[in-house]
Design a protein around this ligand. Sequence first.
Ligand code: LMR
Length: 328
Amino acid sequence: KKLLLVSLFAAVAMVVTATASFAAPIVIKFSHVVAENTPKGQMANKFKQLVDERLAGKVVVEVFPNSQLFTDKKVLEAMLLGDVQIAAPSLSKFKKYTKSLQIFDLPFLFKNMDAVEKFQQGPYGQKLLRATEKKGLIGLGYLHNGLKQLSANSKLVVPADAARKKFRIMSSDVLAAQFEAVGALPIKKPFSEVFTLLQTKAIDGQENTWSNIYSKKFYEVQPYITESNHGVLDYLVVTSSEFWNGLPADIRTEVKKALDEAIAFGNKVAAEKAISDRQKIIDSGRCEVIELTDAQRQQWVDVMKPVWKKFEDQIGKEYIEAAVKAND
Ligand code: LMR
C-alpha cells in the first residue's frame, strides 16, 4: 500500500512538473476602437512586437482594433470579468469608475500638448493614474492623441454658429455641458457609429483629433473643420488589478517595460500625426479647414469656460489649479 502511495505521489509530481514546463503562455488581449494607423493603433502594435521579441513562449499579445472586440462602453466591464486584459479608452470614458478624470474634458484647459504632458507627469497627474483603483482598474500610464477640432456640415466660426446643431460626443457629462454652453445638442454615441451618423446626417458634427478625423474618413462626410484646439483627447492605458497582480513579478516587470516603451513610441506618432494627418485632410480638397482669429477663438473660450465651475467640486479645485499651472 505504501509503495502504491509513493508511486502515486511520483506520478502526480511528474504531471505537475510537465505542466509547469509546458505551461500555456499568458494571453493579453488588447482591445481598442481606433484604426491601426493612429497613435493608439501604433502603440498597441508596438507593444505586441516588443512582447513577442522579449517574452516569446511566455506571453502572447492579441490586438483587436476598430471596435472589433468591444466598444469603449463595454471594454471596461469586460476587463473586470477577465475577458480582456489591456485597453486604452479615452480619458472621457471613465465616469462610471471615477469623477476625477473629468478634468481632461474641461474646455480650453491646456494650451498645448506640452502642458498636458507636464500635468500628467506631475504629482496630480500621477495621482489621477490611481483614480480607478478602488473599482478594480489600474492605470498603467497615459497615452497622447492630441487636441480636438470641431467638424460640421456648416461653417463654425463663432459659438452662435453651433446653436441648435447636433454633435456626437463621447460619454462625458463635461463634454455634454460644453456643447450645451453654445446652445448645441450633444448626443452620446460610440466611436464606431460616428461615420455613419455623419454620413446619413443624423448628426451635424462632432469633435475629434486630426488622426481620428483622418483615419475614420470623417473629413469625407464633413465639409468644414474648425481648427479650435478646444480640448484634449488622451488615453488611460488600463488593466484590471486582478489580472495585473496575478502576473508573476518578473513577467509583470517586463510587460510594464514594453508598455512604457510602446507608449513613448505612440506619443511620438501622436505628435507627428497631429501635423501630417491635418495636412493630408487639407490636401484631399474634401473639406475646408477654418482657422480662427484670436478674437473669434476668444468667443468660444468665453462661452465654454464657465463649464469648469460646474465640475469643480467633482474634480477637485487643486487639480484644476495644477493643470492651469502646467501651461506656464
Ligand atoms: C472617440 O470616441 O471619439 C475616441 O475616444 C476614439 C479614440 O479612442 O480615440
